[in-house]
Design a binder for this molecule. Structure first.
Ligand code: BGC
Length: 781
């Protein structure tokens, strides 16, 4: 009944909004978007244009103090709305109030009211943006799937596309059309508190999965976006990573490295039609990216061909003055950012940006052409999203919000991401008739399973919202019966506190119980965090957790270590005592169910590590390291096939079956500058159960004028094989796939020999001539 009432109210508001839209702008639903945008732009005042370039957080518009927790129930404050939309004519709003998820009904009421006022005051609908990072973070009842690092581990672009499509659907069901996702930053440093928001350490994998995510969010039509899809926002362009464990630390990345291992992660999804980009909040090579004309205009617009909307990150224009000491005043900060190429400022708390920008244009410090360009992009996106025709949606039209079908997709993703890292003596899969001890701080909470951006920014409200889903412990109990499972947490997190806060260490109870069971399933890792609060001081897993692992291993019972963590915390002090190791990453609400399926053999694991798991804090390395970084094996500590001191390599992941690779063939041993070589390989499932395998093609440049990488991932494909089934697959390699940036920063492929490697098979091909693909640009990055 309640639902029905609000449905009627929404209809009435929708009709009103649509009429107002047509009266104000006389828009027809279809037609030439550019022409319509120009018409609207021509009728706008400077104040109106600058308003469109302004984004504030929703807290600014509701009753209560925007910087503090606001009273519940949250209500819009009509005076504040009037100020934001009537006086400042703002164009965009983001996030939610009191940093917590809300119901579908709530979102509809709030956004419908906002749109009504926006259209009445400005004639232009608001562009509402949100961080729907692994599902609709801020809508209760939505479908939360694995965080992006887990999606990296699936190596499955089609699955990533489907998940993002589902996310867009649930976001539109929530009345929100703009998603600040996917993250195209490179997860190359395990200390980074945002590593779990990335697809991992390889630029090609990032590019392919990022494009799939964009296609999922926006739909297949690259121009207009229907009401089941939304606009994607690639972030955080460019070079936003931490190499110190401290979020937003300044970075120095050589232009060659930027071009080769960062730019393509954005270029691929730009080519796939991404509608917007959010800027790196940090400082790159001495210059804050928000003030870099070279990065925001010369590279992004002129070289990469991006035509969409560029939005700042949180308060980052202010940061040019306040934090970075780059601008001499807040007003100069606005001038630098807008002239560098920013289209919209995520302010987010006040309207000074509007005042300064109007003054700067009147003073001739910011050209009107720059304003018109930015506003054109903003209006265009609003139009492409269909907001002028339908500024709001009706959640009744989204019957699949939180549906079983969506749950199943999230479960599939968790199943495909979970990665079996070690399995001595085929410890896994476990039999269902055994007695187990479940222990560890990650065993029985939904918060660490989901990570940050889950019901709130830091994820600390997850257990309040996710009660209906199964923790790891509950899922194991469901699978084999409660009577066979004893739970002793051993170490516990402070669930309301920061991620590193641990409470008790109770080893004795766990050890006592361990004596009476067949095996121990130990859940270690991290609690949830996001951005700065996730800063890290020591990459080793906590001392408490280490002690618990060692004590349990000393009982002589086989210990299965299940990791649940946003970044690879070092486990080398006890990894050699573990019978099996499983990485779940941050698997979302269906992670418990998925893990139980895998542990007890109902599903064969197929995830592959999307990063290099370090063994020591001083041996941080990526798989594409330089030959001289190779280290000798460390006797006793070292037991995998790689020659560097790492725990597990990029792409590593075991299965319950065996895949045999054979017949690696190249169609020609010579590759010409314009030609291609087909690479074929046969994979056979020689084990006794069906399984999925990720076939990866790597190349190595044997000699090059720039110290070449050890190897590079160039192609991959995930396949499904029944027992005894085999399949021959083919990849095509061109000269461009072998290219790198040379000392003049020119993209070239140098003639000479290259190794093509799939599994443990190799072939050599020769590139017959040197070829240039891109001339160096004149910019200093
Ligand atoms: C984060 C972005 C996010 C934005 C809006 C920032 O602090 O860096 O990733 O999209 O907040 O919530």
């Amino acid at each position: 009944m309640l639902k029905k009432c609000s449905f009627i109210l929404i209809l009435v508001i929708n009709v009103f909004i649509m009429q107002s839209c047509e009266q104000k702008n006389n828009l027809k639903p279809m037609g030439d978007i550019d022409k319509k945008v120009n018409e609207i732009l021509a009728g706008m005042t400077l104040q109106e244009k600058v308003g469109q370039m302004t984004q504030v957080t929703l807290s600014v518009l509701v009753k209560g103090n925007s910087l503090d927790a606001q009273p519940e129930p949250v209500e819009l404050d009509s005076e504040k709305l009037q100020k934001a939309l009537g006086k400042y004519k703002i164009g965009s709003i983001l996030n939610t109030v009191n940093n917590r998820a809300r119901s579908l009904e709530w979102w509809h009421e709030i956004i419908n009211q906002i749109q009504e006022v926006a259209i009445h005051e400005t004639g232009i609908p608001i562009l509402y943006g949100i961080d729907a990072i692994h599902g609709t973070t801020y809508t209760a009842g939505g479908t939360l799937f694995p965080q992006q690092i887990g999606l990296g581990a699936t190596f499955n672009p089609e699955l990533v596309r489907q998940l993002n499509e589902m996310c867009a659907y649930e976001m539109r069901a929530s009345n929100i059309p703009w998603n600040f996702s996917p993250v195209q930053d490179m997860g190359r440093d395990p200390r980074d508190s945002r590593m779990w928001e990335t697809f991992g350490e390889d630029v090609y994998l990032n590019g392919i999965l990022g494009s799939a995510a964009v296609e999922g969010i926006q739909g297949k039509d690259v121009v207009t976006i229907d009401q089941k899809h939304g606009a994607a926002c690639l972030k955080h362009y460019l070079g936003y990573n931490s190499n110190s464990g401290k979020d937003r630390n300044p970075l120095h990345i050589h232009p060659r490295e930027l071009n080769e291992k960062h730019v393509p992660a954005f270029q691929f999804p730009i080519n796939a039609g991404a509608k917007s980009i959010m800027v790196n909040s940090g400082i790159l090579n001495g210059i804050p990216v928000h003030a870099s004309y070279d990065i925001l205009t010369t590279l992004l617009r002129n070289e990469m061909g991006f035509e969409g909307l560029v939005v700042t990150d949180w308060a980052d224009i202010d940061n040019l003055y306040d934090r970075d000491k780059f601008a001499s005043s807040p007003k100069e900060a606005v001038k630098l950012a807008i002239n560098a190429g920013i289209d919209m400022s995520m302010v987010p708390y006040d309207f000074d940006f509007c005042d300064y920008l109007v003054e700067l244009v009147n003073e001739g410090e910011v050209p009107m052409s720059r304003i018109d360009e930015a506003v054109t992009r903003i209006l265009k996106l609003k139009m492409e999203l269909g907001l002028f025709e339908s500024p709001t949606t009706d959640y009744e039209n989204y019957p699949d919000f939180g549906s079983e079908q969506h749950e199943n997709l999230a479960l599939d993703a968790a199943l495909e991401s979970i990665t079996l890292l070690k399995n001595d003596d085929q410890t896994l899969p476990l039999k269902k008739n055994i007695k187990v001890l479940v222990s560890g701080p990650n065993a029985n909470w939904m918060r660490p399973m989901n990570g940050g951006w889950s019901y709130s920014w830091q994820g600390e409200k997850t257990d309040e919202f996710a009660q209906e889903y199964f923790t790891f412990l509950e899922a194991i109990e469901n699978k084999i019966g409660k009577d066979k499972v004893t739970f002793v947490e051993g170490v516990s997190y402070d669930m309301q506190g920061p991620y590193y806060q641990e409470k008790d260490l109770d080893i004795s109870d766990a050890v006592r119980v361990a004596k009476g069971v067949d095996c121990i399933i130990l859940f270690l890792g991290e609690n949830s965090y996001c951005e700065k609060p996730g800063d890290l001081y020591d990459l080793y897993i906590s001392e408490n957790q280490t002690q618990l692992a060692i004590a349990l291993a000393n009982t002589g019972k086989p210990v299965i270590l299940v990791l649940n963590e946003g970044r690879p915390r070092i486990i080398s002090k006890f990894e050699h005592t573990m019978a099996a190791v499983v990485q779940t990453y941050l698997p979302g609400n269906y992670g418990g169910t998925a893990l139980a399926e895998i542990l007890f053999g109902d599903v064969n694991p197929s995830g592959k590590l999307p990063y290099t798991y370090p063994m020591f804090p001083n041996s941080l390395i990526n798989y594409d390291y330089k030959p001289s970084e190779k280290q000798e094996r460390l006797e006793g500590l070292y037991d995998n096939e790689s020659d560097v001191a790492i725990q597990y390599g990029f792409g590593h992941g075991l299965s319950y079956t065996v895949f045999k690779y054979s017949n690696l063939k190249v169609s020609s041993s010579e590759l010409t500058s314009k030609g291609s070589v087909n690479v074929a390989v046969t994979i056979e499932n020689t084990g006794n159960r069906a399984g999925k395998e990720v076939v990866m093609l790597f190349t190595s440049d044997l000699y090059a004028s720039i110290n070449p990488d050890n190897k590079r991932l160039r192609r991959f494909m995930k396949i499904d094989l029944d027992p005894a089934q085999s399949r021959t697959i083919e990849f095509t390699i061109r000269a461009e796939d072998l290219a790198f940036y040379n000392k003049e920063n020119r993209l070239i492929a140098e003639k000479g020999d290259f190794v093509i490697r799939i599994g443990d098979l190799e072939q050599i091909i020769t590139l017959t001539e040197t070829v240039t693909f891109r001339e160096p640009s004149n910019i200093m990055l």
